[in-house]
Design a protein around this ligand. Structure first.
Ligand code: 5GP
Length: 170
């Protein structure tokens, strides 16, 4: 079996506290946390509790798989966030890992540079990003990161098989 980075639930508890401490130590406190679904949802919720931020949102981003088998660029899927909440706010974007880094790069460029089209008004957002892991090949440098690895990571929320009616016994 290939060498894996195993994040247990126990270790995740340590990771989210240490990542949260990094954010607080930086002196930049977000008004709003945006989770990149689904991988960033559990880390984002944990960080929200750890730093005392209640305002949460999520953005559904996936790699679009075309007719071919290769992955192309990440795309934002519905349901879409209400972007009218963003102007003038400090926004922390949270994901599980920056691997190729393309997901975070797209979201952060959208928030920071490209701006959000709100009724013709182009608005930029004070946005930073946090991940549990980053891979050395990532094209994007997150502001906050717990650990670096070049291994495939097993996350506790996605390592077990999906529960289906057919998989239930008794
Ligand atoms: P990206 O390549 O855009 O940085 O990462 C896209 C998504 O692919 C991540 O948010 C994550 O859900 C998934 N992914 C990338 N690398 C890994 C990994 O090592 N382990 C797992 N479980 N998922 C990964």
């Amino acid at each position: 079996a290939p060498d894996r980075e195993e994040l247990t639930w126990e270790l995740f508890g340590q990771a989210e506290r240490e990542l949260s401490a990094q954010i607080v130590a930086s002196g930049w406190m977000p008004d709003l946390i945006i989770a990149i679904a689904r991988g960033g949802l559990i880390p984002a919720g944990a960080i929200g509790y750890a730093i005392g931020v209640k305002a949460m949102g999520s953005m559904n981003v996936e790699f679009y798989t075309g007719i071919g088998e290769t992955l192309e660029e990440p795309v934002i899927l519905p349901p879409l966030m209400d972007a009218s909440e963003l102007p003038g706010k400090r926004v922390l974007v949270v994901d599980d890992v920056a691997d190729s880094g393309k997901t975070l790069k797209m979201v952060m460029e959208l928030l920071r540079h490209q701006g959000l089209d709100l009724g013709g008004e182009n608005v930029q957002v004070d946005a930073r990003s946090a991940v549990i892991y980053r891979k050395p090949r990532s094209v994007f440098e997150p502001d906050y990161c717990w650990r670096e690895t070049d291994k495939w990571i097993n996350f506790p929320w996605s390592v077990l098989p999906v529960i289906t009616p057919g998989s239930l016994q008794g």
